[in-house]
Design a protein around this ligand. Sequence first.
Ligand SMILES: NC(=O)c1ccc[n+]([C@@H]2O[C@H](COP(=O)([O-])OP(=O)(O)OC[C@H]3O[C@@H](n4cnc5c(N)ncnc54)[C@H](OP(=O)(O)O)[C@@H]3O)[C@@H](O)[C@H]2O)c1
Length: 244
Amino acid sequence: MATIFVTGSADGLGQLAAKALVYQGHQVVLHARNAERARHAQQSVPGAAHVIVGDLSDVDDIRQVAEAANAWGRFDAVIHNAGVYRASAREVFIVNTVAPYLLTCLMHRPDRLIYLSSDMHLQGRAHLEQLARDQSRVSYSDSKLYVTMLCMAVAHKWPDVYANAVDPGWVPTKMGGPGASDDLQQGYETQVWLAVSEDRATQVSGQYFYHRTATPCNPQAGDIALQERLLSICGAMTGIAFPN
Ligand SMILES: NC(=O)c1ccc[n+]([C@@H]2O[C@H](COP(=O)([O-])OP(=O)(O)OC[C@H]3O[C@@H](n4cnc5c(N)ncnc54)[C@H](OP(=O)(O)O)[C@@H]3O)[C@@H](O)[C@H]2O)c1
């Protein structure tokens, strides 16, 4: 039995991944933005062990989520799933990129890290000097490029951890909307597989997966100079340097 933390598990792919992991007999800790959403998460995934509460658009709350997660213990796997699409540029950047950064830095190091990306990251562009000055022009695509870049940096810096990114496809959740054309089940199965499977194909790092298949990602994500600049910007914004 593995112990897994899933951010943003009150709804959508996070909730579905959590349910699948509980069904497989794993110990799952949920996460929700506030007490009301936490009650909803617990009711939706009744077999979950615990729910951690915190708004990932607020840096102080992100720190408290990390503290609460560490108080729970060390996780075998963490799925950085929470994300926003329709929000201010700053909120998109904080929730989609800074929260995974800070949780990665502050939480006890798990064996496996999974970061939810998107095929839209392919249209993202790293504007890091602009980003350092102001975060009001970050697009969703940019934020997903940055979280993919974070994943690749973790894979490079922490060889003892499997860190991989996942494109779930365009699937019909609250974010994807009812017209989404991809398969909902396949939208969460890859994260679950990467989190707990003993399959050798999961014992890799620095890969970007779509439907359990490693596929090429935006080359900017693998650029070490860009990775270092992104980590230093996130470090300056949060006051927490990336632990090498
Ligand atoms: N659906 C797609 O087609 C698609 C495609 C590519 C990538 N993705 C990525 O897949 C991941 C999951 O998306 P989804 O489709 O499941 O989206 P969703 O249905 O909107 O669910 C997102 C989850 O994140 C939580 N969340 C958002 N902002 C938060 C905040 N400030 N603090 C705490 N929790 C917060 C939400 O909480 P509430 O329920 O309380 O709002 C919800 O539980 C995201 O990272 C998304 O970018 C999705």
